[in-house]
Structure formats: structure tokens, C-alpha cells
Design a protein around this ligand. Structure first.
Ligand code: SDX
Length: 392
């Protein structure tokens, strides 16, 4: 501090806003969306209901939910020129880069998503993105797999339709697997919001310049991409695969994670706020067991993950630093069992986080928050004369 400005790297001790959307208690491992506990939402609600509650403040009545879903369905077509933009990407493009670009491109095809000044305009932009984003997710995955693209089917439920766009093959009928549908509902609910995390803070600060909803979401997707944030779920599977290739030698990776000279971290462990356990990880770990059992998948990766967790929970380095499995540690194991490619895991995180980003952006705009513009403490050169090129 210089007496006027206090520097707080990573904003570890800085609050950026007041919010009524999500409550979490890092010590007690509590997470609630609009006061509803995630444990109850994961058990009793579906993803669209949860999205409605986050965005509009209360769980919807049957009539409200049906109207919400039909409004979303009326915008489920994505302009064919967006598909042409997708075709232009190389197969090697990372899905998060594709998704962020296509989401930003939607702004060009939906100019009304920029200048949003009334609740009606806000509602219109919200149902549009909730309708079109799952199409982009499905297209991104199908492109990655070299498969033809699916458009949505309005006769299906919201999550069923997501599965349709991701998995429907042209030569087969589409059957909703209830085990996968329930697991996907649960995973998306558990990822739906998490107060002022890195990507949500990005959505808020970009939105604070009134850049528009889709542009703010595109920025949030880029922030989520990083391996320290949402990219961790992909990094966890890559780490577990490496350990498996290495003969399952978890001790070697534990040593690497503790070695100060080694940048390697145990991906899927640790959290800025949760210092005892991540309540989402507990639910997801249980779901991973159930899904793999129900699908009859015997994935050695799951056993390695459990072994790693056991070792870390009894290792002083991790216990002293309060490093426990977070939301990303087990989620990838379920996505893998569903046949989702590893580099699509963070796209699934973005799909889950979409309602939370929307809810937080909406709150920021309705509260007319000022444009985000932090200060700094200058540590550079004092004034010095300009020197002509010949004399340098
Ligand atoms: C998400 O914020 C959110 O809410 C995010 C999220 C959401 O829903 O939006 O919950 C989703 O991003 C979950 C986190 C996913 N990331 C990872 O799993 C990557 C691995 N974890 C870390 O990089 C780390 O734990 C963070 C980024 C999650 C938190 O970092 P902090 O709070 O800035 O903590 P830090 O980097 O200052 O670490 C504190 C100490 C350090 O050791 P010392 O310097 O004190 O000796 O703990 C060590 C770190 O080296 N440490 C780890 C570690 N995480 C922290 N050591 C080994 N392995 C790890 N995973």
C-alpha cells in the first residue's frame, strides 16, 4: 500500500461487489444458489430449473418453467454463417478457443445482444444465448470428432436436447440414456455458479463497460480456459493418464507436486475459498462411482484418482495447505465415461456455468454498477528525457 492504494494480488482479500446470487462458505463447505442448497438442487431439480432460479431469483412454477423453455426453443436455430465460421477452424483448434470465438460471433448475428437497456431486451438476449449456446457446444464437439453437425430437436427437454446435439448419429435412432441424462443434469447444476470466481469476475468487468451479454460471456469462456481454473478438469485427466502410463506411480507425482522447483501441481486439488472440502467434489465423486457402475465401465483412472486422493488427504504438505479435491477432480472421469473427448471437458464446464455468468451479469447491469477500473502503485522509471535514435 502507498497509504492510498492497497495492492491485493489475485484479489484474495478484495470484494468486488455485493451479490444475492450465490452464497458459499469455504470453512463449512456450504454452496447455495439463491438460498437453495446444491445438495437438494442436484437431487431434486433439473438444470433448466436451476438456471431459472439463478437468473430470476426463485425456483420457477410449472407455468413459468414451461414459458421459459418455450421462449428458449423459439430461438434454437443458429445462423448458418456461424456454422461456416466453425468450418474454417482447423481440427487442431482447442474447443474452448472455438467456443469463445463462436459466442462472440453470435454478437454479430444478434446485434440486439449488445445495446441492452430494458428488462425486455435483457430477457430476449438471455433466452437467445440459452438456446444457441448448447448448439455451439454440440457443434464444437462434433467438429472435434469429425462428425456431422446436429441441430437441436425442440420436442426434447433442455438437457436431452444437449445430448441429442452431442451424440445423435445420422444412421441411428436417438435414445436418451437416463443414467447419462441424470449425471449430466447433476454435473451442469453443480457447475452453474460459484460467486466471484475468475471467469465470473471477467464476465462482470467486461459487462461493466456495457459491451453486451454475448461479448461478456465470450470473455468469461477465455478466462475459464486456463488450467488453474476450468481448464483443470482437462489437466486432471491428462495427469491421471500420465500416472497410469507411468505404472500408476502416484508417489512420484505427489513428490513433484511438493517440489518447489517443479511447477507441477496436483491438478484438481486446492481452492481459493474451500479450505476443508469442496461440497461439489463430494457429490461428483459419488456420481462418478454410480455412473461407471451403471454403465459397466471399469476405468482404472478412477482407481488412480481415489488412490491419489487418499495419499493427499494424509500428506502433511497437502493437509497443512488445506488442499482437497475440488470440483474438477472427478468431473472429467464422468465426461470420459460419456464418450466426451478430454479437451471438451472445459467446454462442459462452460455449459454448466452459463446460467451463473448470465445471473451475475444481469445483477451487475440491473444494479447499474460502475465500469470496473482498478488503480495501481507505479514502480517504473521516474521522468527521463527523450533520446534521439542516433544517440541511443
Ligand atoms: C476452479 O474460484 C473458484 O470458485 C473456481 C471454481 C469455480 O467453480 O469457479 O471453483 C473452479 O477453478 C477450481 C480450481 C481448479 N484448479 C486446479 O485444480 C488447479 C490446481 N489448483 C491450484 O493451482 C490452486 O489450488 C488454485 C488456483 C485452485 C488456488 O490457488 P490459490 O488460492 O492462489 O493458492 P496458492 O496458489 O497461493 O497456493 C497456496 C499454497 C502454495 O504453496 P506455498 O507457496 O504456500 O508453499 O498451496 C500450494 C501452493 O504451491 N498449492 C498446491 C496446489 N494448490 C496450491 N500445491 C500442489 N498442488 C496444488 N494443486
Amino acid at each position: 500500500t502507498n497509504g492510498v492504494i492497497t495492492i491485493d494480488p489475485g484479489y484474495k482479500n478484495t470484494g468486488s461487489c455485493e451479490s444475492a446470487v450465490t452464497f458459499l462458505d469455504g470453512e463449512k463447505g456450504i454452496l447455495r444458489y439463491r438460498g437453495y442448497a446444491i445438495e437438494e438442487l442436484a437431487e431434486k431439480a433439473d438444470f433448466l430449473e436451476t438456471a431459472y432460479a439463478l437468473i430470476f431469483g426463485n425456483l420457477p412454477t410449472k407455468v413459468e418453467l414451461e414459458k421459459f423453455h418455450s421462449d428458449i426453443k423459439s430461438h434454437s436455430l443458429v445462423d448458418d454463417d456461424v456454422r461456416k465460421i466453425l468450418e474454417a477452424f482447423p481440427k487442431t483448434a482447442h474447443p474452448m478457443g472455438v467456443l469463445s470465438s463462436l459466442t462472440s460471433a453470435l454478437t454479430a448475428f444478434n446485434p440486439s445482444s449488445v445495446d441492452i437497456n430494458s428488462r425486455e431486451e435483457m430477457y430476449s438476449a438471455i433466452v437467445r444465448i440459452l438456446a444457441k449456446f448448447p448448439v455451439l457446444v454440440g457443434w464444437t464437439m462434433r467438429k472435434k470428432k469429425g462428425l456431422h453437425l446436429n441441430y437441436g430437436k425442440n420436442s426434447l427437454g433442455y438437457v436431452e436436447n444437449i445430448m441429442y446435439m452431442m451424440f445423435k448419429q445420422p444412421n441411428e435412432d436417438f435414445e436418451v440414456n437416463p443414467i447419462i441424462k441424470n449425471a449430466l443434469d447433476k454435473l451442469l447444476i453443480l457447475h452453474a455458479d460459484h460467486e466471484q470466481n475468475c471467469s465470473t469476475s471477467t464476465v462482470r468487468i467486461v459487462g461493466s463497460s456495457h459491451a453486451g451479454l454475448f461479448a461478456s460471456l465470450s470473455a468469461g469462456i477465455s478466462a475459464l480456459w486456463g488450467p488453474l481454473h476450468g481448464g483443470a478438469n482437462q489437466a486432471v485427466l491428462e495427469m491421471l493418464e500420465a500416472i497410469k502410463e507411468d505404472g500408476g506411480d502416484t508417489k512420484k507425482y505427489m513428490a513433484k507436486a511438493k517440489d518447489k522447483n517443479d511447477p507441477f501441481r496436483l491438478m484438481g486439488f486446492g481452492h481459493r475459498v474451500y479450505k476443508n472440502f469442496d461440497p461439489r467434489a463430494k457429490i461428483i465423486k459419488k456420481a462418478a462411482d454410480e455412473v461407471l457402475n451403471d454403465l459397466g465401465v471399469n476405468d482404472p483412472i478412477l482407481e488412480i484418482a481415489k488412490g491419489l486422493e487418499q495419499e493427499a488427504l494424509s500428506d502433511p504438505y497437502f493437509v497443512d495447505r488445506k488442499l482437497y479435491p475440488n470440483v474438477d477432480f472427478y468431473s472429467g472421469i464422468i465426461y470420459r465415461a460419456m464418450g466426451i473427448p478430454t479437451d471438451m471437458f472445459t467446454v462442459m464446464f462452460a455449459l454448466g456455468r452459463l446460467p451463473g455468468w448470465i445471473a451475475q451479469w444481469k445483477e451487475m447491469r440491473l444494479r447499474k454498477e460502475p465500469i470496473g477500473r482498478p488503480r495501481q502503485i507505479y514502480t517504473g522509471e521516474n521522468y527521463r528525457e527523450f533520446v534521439d535514435l542516433e544517440k541511443r
